[in-house]
Design a protein around this ligand. Sequence first.
Ligand code: ZN
Length: 377
Amino acid sequence: MLSVFCSPSRYVQGRDATRNLGVEIDALGLGKRACLIASNHAIKHLELTWEETLTEANISYALTEFSGECSREEIDRIKDIAAEYKAELIIGAGGGKVLDTTRAVASELNLPVVNCPTVASSDAPCSALSVVYGEDGEFDSYMFYKRNPDLVLVDTSVIAKAPVRYLVAGMGDALATMFEAKTVIAAGKKNQLGGATTISARILAEACYQILIADSIEAIESVNNRAVTPALERIVEANTLLSGLGFESGGLAIAHSVHNGLTTLHETHDFLHGEKVAFGLLVQLVAEGKGLDVISPILEYSSEVGLPLTLSDIGVNDLDRERLRKVAERSVKEGETAHNEPFEVTAAVIFDAILTADSLGRRFRESEVVEAAISKA
Ligand SMILES: [Zn+2]
């Protein structure tokens, strides 16, 4: 098996980075006519800056507001706009769904693509794949593209103004990265590119974890003040770039499969990808037979930053065994990354690990309540 590593061609991050959008597109020679897809929120905050930076770089553009859903219809609608405008590149600005749509349009038209995430809620912006959900909000499949984005531009002054919950969800997605990559390496399985993992991917995944442990609280307080700080910059890089390179070139395991399984329960649909992945990581660690020396620090971290520890934290209050069995079955469907574990993963393995992870989370919560009561007394 060949080792494979991929990444965006260029990654740019920092305070007011949007002001450099035109210069960066120009430096990479991505084209002079852009189709720009943006969320309503991004348009409100960035429209004037786009006009300045793109005009300065002699890039003309057609701005289109995103409909809200990354659906087949929306991809086709934007493809038509881009074709009619004779766009030479596609720019997307907004949350995960906007960027997923942008990458799909660019891939189908075989045009360069620029991703400008306005939240740091997942590691998708750097990747050459999108998560596709059905109309009912259930995980459907991964959509793979030929290339990673040509440019990912992250404006941390925009991220700092987004609700803190998005940043924390991004930490959940990033938290799983090192554990999943390590599992794939230990099992000698394939990464998301169908190749073996490189040393580079492993080291980036490890750096991702270390930054989360060191900087998460400071980054949360930055965003609570709508402030940009070095700690926030490091967390945004961990959530977006390190986790992005780490998951795609490192590989995924049970944590992401359990996320996919959980989407079969409608009550989890209001919870973000990274929030479900964080619980999925607990399930993975239990299924792998890890001891409390590994699991307790994760429970402590998640509790401190506000990530889910239990099923009820992601909206699942009814622990009906039949419904949970469906989650477990969906998690081990053919092609799921749960099969990247070094042992056979059946629905029973996942089912038992879900129940145990949930209990460990609840026990941890109770111990926190008792500790708080003791320190009060
Ligand atoms: Zn993810």
